[in-house]
Unconditional design. Structure first.
Length: 280
């Protein structure tokens, strides 16, 4: 490819990104409902990349929409939640990926096999997530570097992110959003998400203590640069002895479980501030 053609393609790419209309997300009060998140508009991903042979082993890439921020901003590797269940897939975080891209971040959002999928559950879901993270560094001849990437996981995805960050130490940092930090205690809870923990683990803690130990962020080494963002009104993943993690914790008054994945929330603003802080 000659330099003139290369320049022309670069200009066309810049123009397409620069002129694409951005989505204005409505501002919302704290303690956002899931229905408000599900109703949000979003931009389609720019690319789909397989990291394994199974249909659910893929990543969706959203390119940053504010080009002036892409050099210094870390790649966000995003892991969605949903109680580890196949019922809740990557689609409910499309708006979050869009919001992050519009805030200037490239987003590598992972789909993975979950409870109800062949190969999902523990440890299959965890193995998928680790493979998907590592695949980001091989994409496009190494465009993205793990050392410049921040792993972000919400809810059950936060649980997997905390664990993965402890073994993939090259990452720049890990952020857990309303993350399940103690899966043993969580499995003994009574809400609907807590009750399906046994499906993910294929047993209760008393039946498979060693497996729960390995799957418990509170009992496994975490990435040195780990941050947990938690809302005090979260009834789906209530905070449980977060001090045991010995990592930075930020608690927000009035914030519920889904605030973190709504780009119009105060919680989302805090997330982008923390991501920008990691870029310095």
């Amino acid at each position: 490819m000659n330099w003139l053609l290369s320049l022309s393609l670069s200009i066309l790419s810049f123009t397409a990104i620069a002129t694409q209309p951005l989505i204005t997300f409505p501002k919302v009060d704290n303690n956002v409902s899931y229905s408000k998140v599900a109703a949000l508009s979003f931009m389609p991903a720019d690319e789909k990349i397989a990291y394994g042979a199974a249909p659910l082993q893929y990543a969706l890439l959203w390119r940053a929409k504010q080009l002036e921020n892409t050099v210094q901003s870390p790649l966000v590797i995003l892991i969605h939640g949903g109680c580890w269940l196949s019922t809740y897939d990557i689609q409910h975080t499309y708006a979050l990926s869009t919001g992050l891209a519009q805030a200037g971040f490239n987003v590598w959002s992972l789909e993975y096999r979950r409870s109800g999928d062949v190969g999902g559950g523990w440890p299959g879901s965890y193995d998928d997530v680790k493979a998907g993270i590592l695949a980001s560094s091989r994409y496009n001849n190494g465009e993205f570097d793990l050392a410049g990437s921040v792993l972000v996981g919400h809810s059950a995805g936060g649980h997997l992110a905390l664990l993965a960050g402890g073994v993939i130490k090259q990452l720049k940092g890990v952020i857990g959003l309303a993350a399940i930090t103690d899966i043993e205690e969580y499995a003994n809870g009574s809400n609907s998400c807590q009750q399906v923990t046994k499906n993910f683990m294929q047993a209760m803690p008393t039946e498979k203590p060693s497996e729960y130990h390995m799957a418990n962020p509170s009992k496994q080494p975490l990435h040195v640069n780990t941050l947990v963002l938690q809302g005090k009104k979260d009834n789906i993943v209530p905070a449980f002895e977060l001090d045991k993690l010995e990592r930075k914790i930020i608690m927000l008054d009035g914030v519920g479980h889904f605030d973190w994945i709504h780009p119009g929330s105060a919680a989302f603003t805090l997330l982008t501030q923390q991501l920008n802080g990691l870029a310095k």
